[in-house]
Design a protein around this ligand. Sequence first.
Ligand SMILES: [Zn+2]
Ligand SMILES: [Zn+2]
Length: 324
Amino acid sequence: MSADQFTSWSRRGFATASAASCLALLGDRAFAHRPASQLGSDRLVLLGTRGGPAITGYRPTPSSNLIVYKGVPYVIDAGYGASLKLIEAGIPLRALRYIFITHHHSDHNLDLGPMLYNAWASGLTGPVDVFGPKGLDALLRAYWESNIFDIETRIADEGRPDLRRLVIAHEFGEGLVFARGDVKVTSLRVFHPPVTESYALRFELGSKVVVFSGDTAYFPPLATFAKNADYLVHEVVYPAALGTLLSNRPNVDRARLKASILSHHTTPENVGRIAAKAGAKAVVLNHFVPADDKALPPETWERGVRSTYAGKIIVGQDLMTLPL
Ligand SMILES: [Zn+2]
Ligand SMILES: [Zn+2]
């Protein structure tokens, strides 16, 4: 971590303790290795590819992704349904180790507490480090509080370890988030009004690079951040199809929701522009808005990206697995 990054964090109001606690991560305890797992080959798995929090079925579910690298699972976002999708992807929940949240919209964190809880219920023994923007600590504390009866009953009655002590929350700003061995994770604050703390994440895993845009409007600095990515996992919106989505939301001000969606998501053409400028080897579309409109087959999404990007285009879907 450079001095500049520390300065940058301080400027943004992060307590020194926050940066210090991230450095403390480099110590042995937080990164104690689990035995080599049977989690399979190095890969990227799209667990949930729905953009937005509405639930209409098991596929697609809200945003969540998984990287398995050298037998260690890294979960990126935890939208509703992520716990079950992890199991379907071959990851026993007690194998959880690192979780990263890009921002605190519920389609990215609603399953965070339940995922940790389910892991505990399924035999979790070691620490889980959770990284997220400001608000993460409060989110977890409130979740523990809402389940205090069950947690404390099971500790006393079943002899379980205290879940609240197994989970270590790390709030991050822009810059270095995580470094251990040949894995490094950095963050870039993207443009997602009205959410001010929304981040893209860049995972460097040995010689491989995977970048997650998180939720963002067209944001040219992301191209630099995603330079030479093997996979640029980018969110996407199809504005012409928003009418159907809006007609299915009777409890919102539709004009406001439409304006909100358009203010903080990226069209296929602009995803292609970012991917092209980044020199990404492949762009992986995820976080589709709308997500399950039958009038939008994969070719429709691909066509827009193709108009601005000549590389490989992968139209994501839940549980799609890509080799690393
Ligand atoms: Zn979202
Ligand atoms: Zn969002």
